[in-house]
Structure formats: structure tokens, C-alpha cells
Design a protein around this ligand. Structure first.
Ligand code: FMN
Length: 478
């Protein structure tokens, strides 16, 4: 890849395990920014181990982990030689503000091994992406990724203002701590603490300092990070992903919301949501623009706006190296090739309350009858919100879970309407769930497919996509 085109393309973090180590590594080796999705990795790890770790990748990565006692604990509990033959898979425990030693071990090992695999065999940078909304695992997940010498940490879905400080604490050997929102509590938050030296019973090996790339959708948010960073160690913010509201995954709600007669927010964005790129450029940090930017023309547009390049997702979610279930990818590509794949900015679906882009694919919970036939269970709890109970203890609830349970936990019944279980849906999309749980697919615009495919059954690699995206850049890639 020529120097000029190096790093123009950043793969967005795509959960759960869509931006998997194989995809991240392929992109890094093409001189672009490869990203590992850090969302719910402990759940992906236990799914792979119970499938017998067929290609041996996890075992190869974990053999290099510096604290083997915790690897032993994880393997004894979840590894099944040859894979589970029948019955359901065991889930990882759900998160709490005081996670068990086993859960901590799973999170650290998962983040370590996925970053390690993405970095194996080259020395190009690898990013891991988390969601600020899923904050309870942060100290454990970030530490695991840092032990594998991750190069950048990216954070979307919220203002992750505490991450840079936590990175410094870890590097200087102080326990990692993170403030997690606790609804109804006096202070509104609770500190999750990871005293890693006592957990591992030893000091950490030398690690490098990862850069930090928040994902924002306005100049105001980008500027808040820059202002904050003046109080932080120099270079704490490495740049920004800047997402327009057309991006796949979660999006920022409209700044001036419009509601229907029933009081539901509509996906209507206006002038207030237009991003001021000139002001973002004036902050002097590199940024990549995302949300329907997967074409040579849109890359040129982003560069003209002062960006370093584009942050793209959907184009890599459907390529050969993606972690998405193969059969589903094939169906999505074929529909997209014929221009028949519809996507919908759904304002209700996500338990986070953020708009979420949903692909209208048959057999998934996007279909009303599939959604209505699914029993509402909450057996992963990744998107549960901690709340303070009347007895002072902390409970966990999710509006996508069983409705009566949510209401009994002090939640508002109306908040459960149209909410779908993203934990189960996204694990199924990654091929990491029990039989019978329907999928949910998030995708943005897929017009790129007709440039990359020769027929409805054809496919393309990450390299095909990168070459096409860079095809109008001068000099073109070798
Ligand atoms: C399948 C899929 C899953 C995604 N999951 C996440 C996620 O977990 N966290 C996140 O910050 N962004 C997520 N995104 C958004 C991407 O990181 C990226 O910003 C976005 O896809 C860019 O828009 P594009 O799809 O039009 O290229 C996801 C996107 C896709 C396609």
C-alpha cells in the first residue's frame, strides 16, 4: 500500500464479533486500520471454547498469556474437546458491578486473545472498539487488550471521558477504576474497581500506551474531548471517528426530536444534526468520517472535508473475512446485489434507547411475527442497566427482557415496547448462539455491493473492498 493511502480506511467496530480478529488482521496487513469488536467478547470466547476451538486459535493465543492460572480456570470451565455434541451451551455469567473471579478471567482472556490474534504475524496497528453504554466490563476488558499490546482503543455510544485516565492508571500500576451509571442511586454512579495486581498475584509485564479514538457525531462532543485532554497526559486523544446518522449500528438521536401522535420519536434528522467538519478539522486531530462513506467518491469527499479518511462498517461486515454467519452474509449480499435489502433506523429496538439501524431480513426479529413468537428472556444481560433497589442493593434490568420482571424492578412498561434482545440477536448473527434464538442484523447502505460482486452468488474479500475504495486515489495502491 502506498504511503499516501496508508490509514485512509478505518474499519468501525462491529459487534458482536463481526469485526473479528481475522478481518482486523486482513485490514491491518493492507495498511489500513483493523478493528476488533470488544463487545461481549467473554460470551464469544465461551461459545468458541464449547465448540472445541476448532482451529486452535484461542488456545494458541492463550498459551502466551502471562498469567496461566486464570487460563487454566477458563479452560477447565468452558473448553470442550471436539465441541458440545448436544444440549445448550453454557453462557458466561452476566455482569454486575462486583463480577466474580471467573467472569473477570473470561473478560481478560477474551480481550487478550482476540487482540493477540489480530496482531499475530505483522506489526501494523490494531484497534479494539467498546461501547461506553456497556461500561461495567471496561477495567477488565481494557486491561486484557493492553496485555496484548493493543494500539488503539475506540469507544462509541456515549462520552467515554474516563478512559484516558484509566489507561494511565493501568500503565502506572494503580488499580483500574471506572464510574458506572446506577439509576436511582444518590451519587448516580458506582465505581467498578480492578485491583489487577492482587487478582493476578503479580505485577503486570511492561505494556505500551494505546492511543484513544472516541467516536462522536458532533463538533461539540469532539471539542469536549479535546478540552478534557488538556488536563490529561499529552496525546491522550489520538483522533476521532465521526459518525453520521446513516451509520450502521447505534446512532445518536436527533438533536431536535420529532414525535408521532403516540409520543414515539421519529427518525427525522434536521439541520441541527449536520456535522460541522470545518470545526472538527480545526481541532487539529485526525478524523475518519463514517455512515454511508463506502465508495471512492465518498472517500474523496471525506478527504476534501479535512478527514484522514473514512470509517466504514457494512462493506466489511459482508466480506469474506467477516465474523458474520456465512449463510446470513450470503443472503444479505444477494438481496443487496439486487437492490432489495431494506434497512430501517429503528428508534425503539435497542434497549439502550439509542436509534439502531436494522436490516429487514426475513427470519430475523426485524420481522414482526418472529419478534412476537420469541419468548422474552434475558440470559446474557450485556445491556442491563444497574439501578438502586429500595433496600440499597443494586439490581440489573433491561427493557428488552421479560416485561413483568422489568416493571417489578421499577422499570416503566412503555419503555419495553418494541425493544428487542440485541444480546441474543447479535450473538446469533455471529453464529455464536444456541439453536432457536433468532438473529438481528444491523447494516447501513449497501450500494457498494454492485461494484464488488459480479452476480448474486459472488463474494469479495477485504482486499477487493480496500482496493475499490482507494481506486480513485493517486497513486493507486500496488
Ligand atoms: C454489523 C455491524 C455492527 C456494528 N456494531 C457496532 C458496534 O458494536 N459498536 C460501534 O461503535 N459501532 C458499530 N457499528 C458501526 C460501525 O462501527 C461503523 O461506524 C458504521 O458501520 C459505518 O457506517 P457504514 O456501515 O455505512 O459504513 C456496526 C456496524 C455494522 C455494519
Amino acid at each position: 500500500m502506498s504511503k499516501k493511502t496508508f490509514g485512509m480506511i478505518r474499519c468501525g467496530g462491529m459487534g458482536v464479533n463481526i469485526s473479528c480478529p481475522r478481518l482486523a488482521k486482513a485490514l491491518a496487513m493492507l495498511g489500513q486500520y483493523g478493528t476488533v469488536s470488544g463487545v461481549a467478547l467473554e460470551r464469544v470466547l465461551v461459545a468458541i471454547l464449547q465448540r472445541g476451538d476448532p482451529d486452535g486459535n484461542i488456545r494458541r493465543a492463550l498459551a502466551t498469556f502471562p498469567f496461566q492460572a486464570i487460563v487454566k480456570e477458563v479452560m477447565e470451565k468452558y473448553f470442550v474437546d471436539g465441541g458440545v455434541k448436544k444440549g445448550r451451551f453454557k453462557n458466561a455469567p452476566s455482569f454486575t458491578i462486583n463480577p466474580s473471579g471467573l467472569l473477570i478471567a473470561l473478560v481478560v482472556c477474551a480481550n487478550y486473545s482476540f487482540v493477540w490474534l489480530a496482531k499475530e504475524g505483522h506489526d501494523h496497528p490494531i484497534t479494539i472498539n467498546y461501547l461506553e453504554k456497556i461500561a461495567m466490563p471496561h477495567p477488565f476488558a481494557v486491561l486484557g487488550a493492553m496485555l496484548a499490546n493493543v494500539d488503539f482503543i475506540t469507544m462509541g455510544a456515549g462520552m467515554a471521558l474516563l478512559i484516558p485516565e484509566m489507561i494511565v492508571d493501568i500503565l502506572e500500576g494503580r488499580p483500574a477504576h471506572y464510574e458506572v451509571l446506577v439509576l436511582g442511586s444518590k451519587s448516580n454512579s458506582h465505581t467498578v474497581l480492578f485491583d489487577f495486581e492482587s487478582f493476578f498475584g503479580a505485577k503486570l509485564p511492561t505494556m505500551k500506551k494505546p492511543g484513544f479514538i472516541p467516536v462522536v457525531s458532533s463538533y461539540v462532543a469532539a471539542n469536549a474531548f479535546v478540552r478534557l485532554s488538556s488536563r490529561l497526559p499529552k496525546g491522550s486523544i489520538s483522533g476521532f471517528g465521526v459518525e453520521e446518522n446513516t451509520a450502521a449500528g447505534h446512532n445518536a438521536p436527533p438533536r431536535r426530536p420529532v414525535f408521532d401522535a403516540g409520543g414515539n420519536m421519529l427518525p427525522v434528522y434536521g439541520e441541527k444534526d449536520v456535522i460541522d467538519y470545518a470545526r472538527i478539522a480545526s481541532l487539529g486531530l485526525p478524523f475518519w468520517i463514517g455512515g454511508n462513506y463506502a465508495s471512492p467518491k465518498k472517500l474523496a469527499e471525506a478527504l476534501a472535508l479535512g478527514a484522514q479518511g473514512v470509517q466504514v462498517g457494512s462493506i466489511f461486515a459482508l466480506c469474506e473475512e467477516s465474523g458474520m454467519d456465512q449463510r446470513m452474509r450470503r443472503r444479505l449480499r444477494a438481496l443487496g446485489f439486487f437492490g432489495k435489502l431494506k434497512t430501517n433506523q429503528d428508534m425503539q429496538v435497542s434497549p439502550t434507547g439509542y436509534p439502531f439501524m436494522v436490516a429487514m431480513l426475513e427470519g430475523t426479529v426485524a420481522e414482526t411475527k418472529v419478534f412476537e413468537n420469541r419468548e422474552r428472556i434475558c440470559d446474557h444481560g450485556v445491556l442491563c442497566t444497574p439501578y438502586q433497589k429500595s433496600d440499597g442493593t443494586i439490581g440489573y434490568r433491561c427493557p428488552s427482557g421479560p416485561i413483568d420482571h422489568y416493571v417489578a424492578q421499577g422499570g416503566i412498561r412503555e419503555d419495553t415496547e418494541g425493544r428487542k434482545c440485541l444480546c441474543n440477536g447479535l450473538l446469533t448473527t455471529a453464529g455464536m448462539n444456541n439453536e432457536g434464538e433468532p438473529a438481528i442484523v444491523t447494516l447501513g447502505n449497501v450500494d457498494f455491493l454492485r461494484h464488488l460482486m459480479t452476480g448474486p452468488e459472488s463474494s469479495y474479500t477485504a482486499e477487493n473492498a480496500v482496493r475499490w475504495l482507494l481506486s480513485e486515489q493517486n497513486p493507486t495502491p500496488p
